[in-house]
Design a protein around this ligand. Structure first.
Ligand code: NZQ
Ligand code: MN
Length: 390
């Protein structure tokens, strides 16, 4: 356990509770009276949640412009279009999953730092890591999946299609000021979305638990979050409202873990898959490589890393005591878990890109995340992991 660390907790004011989307106007009005509302194309409109949020803003005398053209796995072009929709907005409201939330974060940054609506190149100076975000327009996030943790973490994930690059970037400025976690919105998720986003939350938790950047305080959030996933993901997928509330707690703890410890090779490899195949959902990409990354880390890791993977397996209900904690055991554990949720597509099922191409892409665009892996991992090693997962 790392007991020698710096820890800075995300600053988001989090409100949990059914129906609390009605507080959006009151919360937003504290930051300004001109809002840009960001969402995807159908789900929030069809369920009536976008209307609810707009009515709440109107009641608080906050005017609203809607950008509802965010792609799943959003692009830098989405960010540019979003800012052009409301170049004078004083507050950004994200309603949806990680995709519109991340567009909203990059738009909030752009509104603060550019005098004119930015070009793709302008936004890329930040997304590529060349410049660091130091300020952003205040952001209120209402998550509709559990999920990405984006409603409480400092990261935005965007894809630049022409460079085949899916990158994460951010900093304290991109942490939403407020989050409203309303489980009535989460109840609308179809089963497959609940499964793949729940697996994403589980990855943030288990990756933060083994990461080089882990620390003794993050451990508490990661362990509790994994326990909640283990007890509630199945019932959440079956549609239990109570389980969905618990998964929302797990997702929020996972977001804290992303802020304080970060992800490892699993996320780096998944981003390379989505860079080649923008239509592959993030959770599906993670599930295709999670077992093989865990096996690599157990095989090559130190005793503490091995012990931690043993704890992860036990949290999932696979006792280590009666089996040796080795790579095959960890592979079995992760494979059984993803199969239970019909997330067992292989890398080759998701893309025609070769292990070499995928490894090169991950090495180029996810350097910092790879450095956070508990075990050193070079491009050749990534090729081997992709081959195992193919
Ligand atoms: O497009 P429509 O038809 O509106 O459908 C939406 C959406 O396109 C639908 N949906 C969302 N909430 C729903 C719902 N349908 C019914 N009921 C609801 N409550 O689901 C589609 C997928 O949503 P999306 O936002 O793409 O999913 P998710 O929340 O998994 O977000 C994925 C994105 O977040 C990034 C991923 O890489 C990916 O781009 N991540 C962001 C992170 C962060 N900012 O910290 C960390 C994560 O590791 C992740 O990388
Ligand atoms: Mn993720």
């Amino acid at each position: 356990m790392n007991t020698d660390f710096d820890y800075s907790h995300p600053r988001t004011q989090v409100r949990f509770g059914r129906g609390r989307r009605d507080e959006t106007g009151e919360v937003a009005a504290r930051h300004g009276d001109d809002a840009l509302v960001v969402t995807t194309r159908n789900a929030m409109q069809e369920a009536g949640f976008l209307d609810d949020v707009l009515a709440s803003l109107e009641e608080a005398d906050v005017s609203a412009t809607v950008y509802d053209d965010a792609d799943p796995n959003p692009t830098v072009a989405n960010v540019v279009d979003c800012v052009e929709t409301a170049p004078d907005a004083e507050i950004v409201v994200a309603l949806g999953g990680g995709s519109p939330t991340d567009v909203a974060k990059a738009a909030a940054l752009s509104l603060a730092v550019f005098d004119e609506p930015p070009s793709i190149e302008d936004v890329w100076t930040y997304a590529s890591g060349e410049k660091r975000p130091e300020e952003a327009t205040p952001l209120v996030a209402l998550p509709s999946t559990s999920g990405t943790g984006s409603h409480v973490d400092p990261w935005a994930v965007v894809t630049r299609a022409d460079e085949r690059a899916k990158v994460g970037f951010g900093g304290d400025a991109l942490v939403p000021h407020d989050a409203i976690v309303d489980a009535e919105i989460l109840d609308e998720m179809p089963a497959d979305l609940a499964a793949r986003t729940g697996f994403d939350a589980f990855c943030h938790l288990n990756e933060a638990y083994v990461a080089r950047g882990s620390d003794a305080l993050t451990d508490a959030n990661a362990l509790r979050g994994m326990e909640l996933v283990s007890r509630n993901l199945r019932r959440s997928v079956e549609g239990s409202s109570e389980a969905r509330e618990k998964m929302a707690v797990a997702d929020t703890l996972a977001g804290f873990c992303e802020a304080t410890s970060g992800t490892v090779a699993t996320h780096a490899l998944a981003h390379a898959i989505s860079a080649y195949e923008p239509d592959v959902a993030h959770g599906d990409a993670l599930a295709s490589v999670a077992a093989e990354v865990a096996a690599y880390n157990v095989e090559n890791g130190d005793d503490e890393t091995k012990r931690r993977y043993g704890e992860i397996a036990e949290t999932l209900g696979f006792p280590v005591a009666d089996r040796k904690l080795d790579a095959p055991f960890v592979v079995d554990t992760f494979r059984e878990f993803v199969a239970e949720f019909d997330l067992d597509a292989s890398v080759g099922d998701l893309t025609d890109a070769t292990p070499e191409e995928l490894a090169e892409n991950a090495a180029e665009h996810m350097r910092l995340v790879l450095r956070n892996n508990p075990v050193e991992v070079e491009e050749d090693d990534l090729v081997g992991i992709f081959e195992d997962a193919y």
